[in-house]
Design a protein around this ligand. Structure first.
Ligand SMILES: Nc1ncnc2c1ncn2[C@@H]1O[C@H](COP(=O)(O)OP(=O)(O)OP(=O)(O)O)[C@@H](O)[C@H]1O
Ligand SMILES: [Mg+2]
Length: 224
C-alpha cells in the first residue's frame, strides 16, 4: 500500500524543496519506489518556449528520479506570485478534482509520495466564485504534515504560528524539520528546545547547510 506526507513550511524559500529532495533521495536509496507531487507551483522558468516545473526538476536531479518534472505538478505558473493570482492572470483556474486525480495516479504507482506545499500554510489557490486554500488540498489528499523551517532567528515565532494554525484546522502534524541548522550555534540549539516546548511537536531532523545526504532514519513510519 502506498503512503504520503505533505511538506509545508513557515513561508516561501525556507527549503521545502531542498528538504523534500533529501527525503526522496533517502527513500530511493532505501530501495522504495518513491516520487514527488506539488499541486501548484509559481515562478517557473521558460525553457525552449515551454514552462518547466522548477521544484520538481530540483527533486528529480537531486534524488536521481527517472521522471519528467511537469508530470509531477498539476498547475505550473510562470509568474512568481501567489497561485490564486497566477491562476487568474494565466487563465488556468485551479480545480481540486484535477489535483486529486493527478495525485492519485502518482500515489498508486509508488510506495511513498512526498507532497510539497506552495509557500507557507496560509496560501490561497483559488479566490473567485470558488475558494480553495492549501489546507483544503491537505485535507482532500488526507495527508499528515511535516513543517520545514529555517533554524535562524525568528523561527520560534514562525513555527509557533504555523503549528498553531495547523492545529486550529485539525491537520495532523508529524514533526518539524529545522533547515540550515548549525549545531554549534547556541541560539539555534535553544530555538529547537523552545519550539518543541511551545508546540509539543518533535523535531525529527536538523539539516545543516549544503547537506547532500541526510539519514532520515524511520521517516517512513510518519507517512500515511
Ligand atoms: N540546507 C541548505 N543548504 C544549502 N542551500 C539551501 C538549503 N536549504 C535551502 N537552500 C537553498 O535555498 C533556496 C530556497 O530553498 P527551496 O527552493 O528549497 O525553498 P522552498 O521553501 O521550496 O521555496 P518555494 O516556496 O519557492 O517552493 C534554494 O536556492 C535552495 O537551494
Ligand atoms: Mg519549493
Amino acid at each position: 500500500m502506498s503512503k504520503g506526507i505533505f511538506i509545508t513550511g513557515t513561508g516561501t524559500d525556507v527549503g521545502k524543496t531542498y528538504i523534500t529532495a533529501l527525503i526522496v533521495k533517502y527513500l530511493k536509496q532505501k530501495g522504495y519506489k518513491t516520487s514527488y507531487y506539488k499541486a501548484a507551483a509559481s515562478g517557473n522558468p521558460i525553457t525552449d518556449g515551454k514552462v518547466v516545473a522548477q521544484d520538481a526538476k530540483c527533486i528529480i536531479d537531486a534524488a536521481g528520479l527517472d521522471k519528467n518534472p511537469n508530470d509531477l505538478v498539476s498547475y505550473i505558473f510562470k509568474e512568481a506570485i501567489s497561485p490564486h493570482l497566477a491562476a487568474k492572470r494565466e487563465k488556468n483556474k485551479i480545480e481540486i478534482l484535477k489535483i486529486l486525480s493527478d495525485y492519485k495516479k502518482i500515489y498508486n504507482d509508488n510506495d511513498y509520495v512526498t507532497v510539497e506545499g506552495s509557500g507557507g500554510i496560509l496560501c490561497p489557490l483559488r479566490y473567485d466564485d470558488k475558494k480553495l486554500w492549501l489546507e483544503d488540498v491537505i485535507k482532500a489528499l488526507n495527508l499528515p504534515v511535516l513543517v520545514v523551517a529555517n533554524a535562524k532567528l525568528g523561527s520560534i515565532n514562525s513555527i509557533g504560528l504555523t503549528v498553531h494554525y495547523l492545529k486550529s484546522k485539525n491537520i495532523k502534524i508529524k514533526g518539524i524539520i529545522l533547515n540550515e541548522y548549525d549545531k554549534n550555534n547556541f541560539m539555534e540549539e535553544d530555538n529547537k528546545k523552545m519550539i518543541e516546548d511551545l508546540t509539543g511537536i518533535k523535531t525529527i531532523a536538523c539539516v545543516p547547510h549544503n547537506c547532500k545526504d541526510f539519514d532520515f532514519n524511520g521517516i517512513e513510519k510518519l507517512y500515511e
